[in-house]
Design a protein around this ligand. Structure first.
Ligand code: COA
Length: 183
């Protein structure tokens, strides 16, 4: 369990497919990820995903998903994950969604990511954390900048974006451990 000021972050458990099914298929919630209709995935596909994760006995798998919950009443409100863990270069990517739209803008995402970054550096022993985001996803970029991420490049028209049925630019950002330690 990872404990922040406002959230607890826990591993996936049986039954979390209900949450993922609701959050990922919410078209409004995923608009700035370029998924106008949500992910359109069945509850069963999320159940299989959860089942695969919880059966994994590796303490350090190359990718893993987590749920963050409000500390005050343990209500699950969002998901975090790391993936593409490159063990030689000690880097990985991450993703975050505060799935409960009514609970956005209240500091939960910041607290969750702040503590997840600490976990990625100190538990996974990463040296560099990378992310991609659509170039007009300014809310998430503000969050990443607030945590010290730097813009490192743009891939032009790299993502087909269902909002308009056109290609969107993708922004790359990263955070180095030495910069994080200097905060
Ligand atoms: C990005 C996201 C995770 C932020 O979660 P949240 O719980 O709303 O974030 P917080 O309330 O902790 O806000 C943290 C910071 O994010 C930025 N932010 C959040 N909401 C914002 C808004 N409406 N407008 C501009 N910046 C915003 C701000 O920098 C904010 O810090 P501040 O309050 O000091 O200004 C959430 O909006 C989300 O899940 N979005 C949809 C999924 C997504 O885009 N994921 C990222 C894909 S790359």
């Amino acid at each position: 369990m990872i404990e922040g000021d406002k959230v607890f972050i826990r591993q996936l458990e049986l039954g979390d497919e209900e949450l993922l099914h609701r959050w990922r298929n919410n078209s409004q919630g995923n608009l700035y990820c370029g998924f106008k209709y949500g992910f359109l995935m069945s509850k069963e596909s999320f159940r299989l995903q959860v089942e695969t994760e919880i059966k994994n006995e590796d303490v350090f798998p190359p990718k893993k998903m987590f749920i963050f919950c409000k500390k005050e009443d343990l209500t699950p409100i969002g998901e975090l994950s790391y993936r593409n863990w490159d063990k030689r270069n000690r880097s990985a990517e991450f993703g975050i969604e505060n799935g409960e739209i009514k609970d956005r803008g209240k500091g939960y995402g910041f607290d969750a990511l702040n503590n997840f970054i600490e976990f990625m550096f100190n538990f996974l022993n990463l040296n560099r954390i990378e992310l991609t985001t659509l170039a007009d996803n300014h809310k998430s970029q503000n969050l990443y900048k607030k945590l010290g991420f730097k813009k490192i490049g743009i891939m032009r028209e790299a993502s087909f974006d269902s909002r308009e049925g056109t290609y969107s630019d993708v922004l790359y950002m990263d955070l180095l451990r030495k910069d994080w330690d200097l905060r």
